[in-house]
Structures are given as structure tokens and as C-alpha cells.
Design a protein around this ligand. Structure first.
Ligand SMILES: Cc1cc2nc3c(=O)[nH]c(=O)nc-3n(C[C@H](O)[C@H](O)[C@H](O)COP(=O)(O)OP(=O)(O)OC[C@H]3O[C@@H](n4cnc5c(N)ncnc54)[C@H](O)[C@@H]3O)c2cc1C
Ligand SMILES: NC(=O)c1ccc[n+]([C@@H]2O[C@H](COP(=O)([O-])OP(=O)(O)OC[C@H]3O[C@@H](n4cnc5c(N)ncnc54)[C@H](O)[C@@H]3O)[C@@H](O)[C@H]2O)c1
Ligand SMILES: O=C1O[C@H]([C@@H](O)CO)C(O)=C1O
Length: 492
């Protein structure tokens, strides 16, 4: 028994939602497309699960945060899929694939065939058992990947108001869940192996800011340490965690955020006789059109390892929502309009929001580090300079135009001749570079290909030269004056 579709999206997360929207915008016909998802709900903005969904008052809930509201696009409710004739096959796990027959087999034994397949299976949360620590199935130990995890965590949090939690892991989940627990009036101790928070991205100076901010809200840190076992009461509930150095921390609940593994099965050849696609960096390797080693099969989002032009086509797997959204759209464009679709030129972009803080990061955190701004008043940034060019930039507490400015200097790999000057100028450097780019547009071809400010976006399309000159000079002068005036009032 089985069903046949022209296009199949395997996975029902963020990338699936954005791919479905792109298919619909490219007029996929009713009945041609289906999404197969293990989850029982239509694609949603996964980032909400560690933010709005965990709020003690007026938490967000479905259908509010179905994709694609996270990018200020249409909200794709189950009704929307029905109206578009896109089949949602939910609560269904695919267990094997036959690339020759272009067939997927579900756990229930149904065969679903495709002409084009987009693998959007994302990633799963690593479990403590994979590090030899047993007992994390206890009712008051929480992981956070999908909405079922989030519902379970909300229930455990509600029974722990005024009590204590231990958070294992000092990365994104650790930081965002700690903020949510504190907001729910739960005292938190964070335990992680690194010397400071967010070892993957933060410098020691950046981490010091966030750790002080968390400490002011009662959070305790146990660094350079890992969990080795749990203590339980007779009902099986965890009552304490024991660390590698013997430290015992009594607790009422535990949240674990110790990384993820990309869901490459059933395409990693690990199932006997199973399908085998080329893999790299723990994911499914694709080219600049998100095409795997099988030309009818594409991979997007967390599971895809793709060439990042900005990094000299180095293959990267980026576990962030913007990458999921953009790789998904790109794959659909490559399938539906192959002649008009070049290689993805992606600007890596990560962000996070914890408490009243909000930061954005663009590019890569490699090279010489230049900190700037006001660390005392949560308005600071960092540039990474590699071989005389800006390769990465981070900003905490910026406004929209500030983030657009740092994005642009990374996208255009702005040259840095004097690092001391860069440190003095701080964010102003990014604005000056933007100004130079605008001016170069006036004398250039009349198009602006950088990452856009409003004006940059306006200039995306080729304009008539004289239109460009008049428009840009006028707009640039207004923008510069407005920014100068605004900036004078702001301190960086
Ligand atoms: C709590 C949380 C908060 C986050 N916050 C942010 C943030 O603030 N900013 C940011 O940039 N990123 C954030 N992320 C990361 C971001 O959510 C991911 O990068 C993004 O969800 C990846 O999208 P995806 O579609 O590739 O994978 P996912 O969204 O994980 O979707 C994968 C889907 O495939 C399904 N699936 C997997 N295997 C199978 C199978 N064999 N059969 C059927 N279905 C299958 C899964 O059930 C799931 O529905 C967060 C992640 C989490 C967990
Ligand atoms: N704002 C965002 O971009 C955001 C928010 C939430 C989740 N996410 C994504 O979700 C995924 C999961 O996030 P995460 O925080 O779990 O992963 P992570 O890789 O960001 O952090 C994992 C943390 O766990 C620690 N760790 C690893 N093994 C450990 C062990 N055995 N015991 C104790 N600590 C251990 C690591 O040192 C690190 O501190 C990531 O892909 C992340 O990018 C992103
Ligand atoms: O991208 C995101 O989507 C959700 C929320 O904005 C959806 O409403 C969230 O918290 C993000 O960071």
C-alpha cells in the first residue's frame, strides 16, 4: 500500500514549513506535495519553545507560532495546507529509504514515493546516556527539542516554583532554559565543562558579561565540571546530581542541553542495505543548490552540510533557524526553477534572546577579537578580524539598523587597516563602511548587492543611473543625518 507525490518533504520542522511556503509561492499543484513528520503538529517556529512558550504569564501556544511567523511571513496553519492541497502526513516516522525506487517506508509499513525529496529531518537532542550517565528518563529530568518536550518541561516547572533546578550544559539551550526557569521563579545552578558560558561563540569577556547578568538574577555556575550520576527518591524522581569531582547538588528538577546529533538516518547507510548519501560534518553533504549526492534528493536545515561561499566554500552544518529557513527556500527554488537558481550565498546568522537581552551574530568567530561598546549597560559588540578583513561581528542590545550595519561589514568582508582604530570606532566603523558602500553605489552600476539596510534593499534592483544618483544622495544624506543625530544620543 502506498501513496505517490511529485515532491516530498521529509521532516516537519522549521525548514519544512519554509519549504512548503516557497513551493506554494511557486504554484505547486494541489496533491503534488506532502510533508511527512514524526511530530503530530504542523511545522512551527522551534525557537519559541525556549522563549515565549515557557513564559509564566501569557505563554505563546499553537497555532500562534506555526511557521513562518518567525520571519514575519504567513502563518501556515493546518487549514492553510489543506487549502493549498499540501498533504500533512503527521505522527509518521520514516524508517527506511530506497533511493533507486525513490521510495520511503514509514514505521507503519507504508511506502511513499517521490520524484523530488527534500530531507529536512533536523537534529535530535543528545542524551546523557550517550555519555555513560544513566537515569535521565526520570520524570523531573527535561530535554528540549520539540513541543512534546516543551509541554513536559512546563509541567515540571509548574511543580517547582520557588524550588531549585540544575541545568546541564552551558550552550544555547542551557542559557535560554536557565533564563526561562529564573523567570518562573526557580533557582538555577548551571553545570558545564567549559571555562565559561557559550564556549562555542563567546570570548571570555563576552561570557563574563552574561555570567554577571545571570548571577545578579541568582544563577550559580559550576564550570569545568560534568554530571556523572543522579540521586533518586523511592518514586524515581531525581533529588540530587553528583558531579565528576564528587560535588553533590540537591535539586527538584534537571534540564539537559548537551548538544544535538543531526538526523541523518535513514540515509547514512547504517541500516543494513539502507540508503547511503554522502555525509560530512555529521550531516548530509549537499552542493550550493542543496542537492545531495543523489540528484533527486535535497537536504536542508540542521541536517545539511553545505558550502558557505563567504568561508571559501568550506562545508558547514549550521544549527540555527535562519539557515534552516534560507536553505529550505533555496532547495525549492533549485527544484522548481533550476535555470534561475545559482549556488546559495549564505551569510551565517545566529541570534538569541534571554531575559531582557538580545544579541545577533553574523559570520564566523575566527581571527583577532576586537571588543567595543558599553559592557556595563548591555550595549556592546565584538568584531573578529582575520587576515585584515572583518569575518565575524556580534552585537548585544542593538537597534535594527545597527544589526544591518554589522551584517553588511561581514557580508562585504570590510577591510581593517588599524585594529586600534577599529576598537575606538566600534559600531561607528560599520556605519562608515555602509556609507562608503552607498557612495560606491552612486558611482557604480546602480545596483547594491550587499546585505540590505532599507535603502540597500531598495537598491537591490538595477535602477536607472540618474534615478540612482538622485535617490541615493538624497536617501543617504537623510540616513546619515538621522543616524548622526540618533547616534549622538546613543553611546557605544
Ligand atoms: C528550544 C530551541 C530553541 C531554539 N532557538 C533558536 C533561536 O533562538 N535562534 C536560532 O537561530 N535557532 C534556534 N534553534 C535552532 C533551530 O530551531 C533549528 O536550527 C531549526 O529548528 C532547524 O530546523 P530543521 O527543520 O532543520 O529541523 P527541526 O526544526 O528540528 O525539524 C526536524 C523535523 O523532522 C522530523 N523528523 C526527524 N526525523 C524524522 C523521520 N525519520 N521521519 C519523520 N520525521 C522526522 C522531526 O520530528 C522534526 O519535525 C532552537 C532550537 C531549539 C530546540
Ligand atoms: N539561539 C539559538 O540559536 C539556539 C537556541 C537553542 C538551541 N539552539 C540549537 O539547538 C541545539 C542544541 O543546543 P545545545 O545548547 O544543547 O547545544 P550547544 O552545543 O550549544 O551546547 C552544548 C553544551 O553542553 C555542554 N556539554 C556537552 N556534553 C556535556 C556533558 N556530557 N555534560 C555536561 N555538559 C555537556 C557543552 O560543553 C556545551 O556547553 C544546537 O544546535 C543549538 O544551535 C540554538
Ligand atoms: O524565530 C522565532 O520564532 C519565535 C517567535 O517569534 C514566533 O512567534 C521565536 O521566539 C523566535 O526566535
Amino acid at each position: 500500500m502506498g501513496r505517490a507525490f511529485v515532491y516530498v518533504i521529509l521532516g516537519g520542522g522549521v525548514a519544512a514549513g519554509y519549504a512548503a511556503l516557497e513551493f506554494s509561492r511557486r504554484h505547486v499543484a494541489p496533491g503534488e506535495l506532502c510533508i511527512i513528520s514524526e511530530e503530530s503538529v504542523a511545522p512551527y517556529e522551534r525557537p519559541a519553545l525556549s522563549k515565549g512558550y515557557l513564559l509564566p504569564e501569557n505563554p505563546t501556544s499553537l497555532p500562534q507560532f506555526h511557521t513562518c511567523v518567525g520571519a514575519n511571513e504567513e502563518r501556515l496553519t493546518p487549514k492553510w495546507y489543506g487549502e493549498k492541497g499540501i498533504e500533512l502526513i503527521l505522527g509518521t516516522r520514516v524508517k527506511s529509504a530506497d533511493l533507486k525506487k525513490k521510495a520511503l517506508v514509514t514505521m507503519a509499513g507504508e511506502t511513499i514515493t517521490y520524484k523530488y525529496l527534500i530531507i529536512a529531518t533536523g537534529a535530535r537532542a543528545l542524551k546523557l546516556e550517550e555519555f555513560g550517565v544513566w537515569g535521565s528518563e526520570a520524570e523531573n529530568v527535561c530535554y528540549l527539542r520539540d513541543i512534546a518536550d516543551a509541554d513536559r518541561m512546563v509541567k515540571v516547572m509548574q511543580s517547582c516554583a520557588g524550588k531549585s533546578a540544575v541545568v546541564i550544559g552551558g550552550g544555547y539551550i542551557g542559557m535560554e532554559c536557565t533564563a526561562a526557569l529564573v523567570t518562573n521563579k526557580i533557582k538555577v545552578t548551571m553545570v558545564f565543562p567549559e571555562k565559561h558560558l557559550m564556549g562555542r561563540l563567546f570570548t571570555a569577556k563576552m561570557a563574563e558579561f552574561y555570567e554577571n547578568y545571570y548571577k545578579e538574577r541568582g544563577v550559580k555556575f559550576v564550570k569545568g565540571n560534568v554530571l556523572t550520576s543522579f540521586e533518586n527518591d523511592p518514586s524515581g524522581k531525581v533529588t540530587a546530581v553528583i558531579l565528576r569531582d564528587g560535588t553533590r547538588i540537591p535539586t527538584d528538577m534537571v534540564v539537559v542541553g548537551i548538544g544535538i546529533r543531526a538526523n541523518t538516518s535513514p540515509f547514512d547507510g547504517l541500516d543494513k542495505g539502507g540508503a547511503k548519501l554522502a555525509l560530512e560534518k555529521g550531516g548530509i553533504k549537499v552542493n550550493g543548490k542543496m542537492q545531495t549526492s543523489d540528484s533527486s534528493v535535497y537536504a536542508v536545515g540542521d541536517v545539511a552540510a553545505f558550502p558557505v561561499k563567504l568561508f571559501g566554500n568550506d562545508i558547514r552544518r549550521l544549527e540555527h533557524v535562519d539557515s534552516a529557513r534560507k536553505t529550505a527556500r533555496h532547495a525549492v527554488s533549485a527544484i522548481m526553477a533550476p535555470d534561475e537558481t545559482g549556488d546559495l550565498d549564505y551569510l551565517p546568522f545566529f541570534y538569541s534572546r534571554v531575559f531582557a537581552l538580545s544579541w545577533q551574530f553574523y559570520g564566523d568567530n575566527v581571527g583577532e577579537v576586537v571588543h567595543f561598546g558599553d559592557f556595563l549597560n548591555s550595549r556592546f559588540g565584538v568584531y573578529w578580524v582575520n587576515e585584515g578583513h572583518i569575518i565575524g561581528a556580534f552585537l548585544e542590545g542593538g537597534a535594527k539598523e545597527d544589526y544591518e550595519a554589522i551584517a553588511k561589514v561581514v557580508k562585504t568582508r570590510s577591510k581593517v587597516s588599524d585594529v586600534g582604530e577599529l576598537e575606538k570606532l566600534g559600531l561607528e566603523f560599520a556605519f562608515r563602511e555602509s556609507q562608503k558602500l552607498i557612495e560606491s553605489t552612486v558611482t557604480g552600476s546602480g545596483t547594491f548587492s550587499g546585505v540590505g539596510t532599507g535603502m540597500g534593499a531598495l537598491m537591490e534592483k538595477p535602477l536607472y543611473k540618474w534615478h540612482a544618483t538622485a535617490g541615493v544622495v538624497a536617501a543617504a544624506s537623510i540616513a546619515v543625518f538621522a543616524y548622526w543625530y540618533g547616534w549622538k544620543r546613543r553611546r557605544w
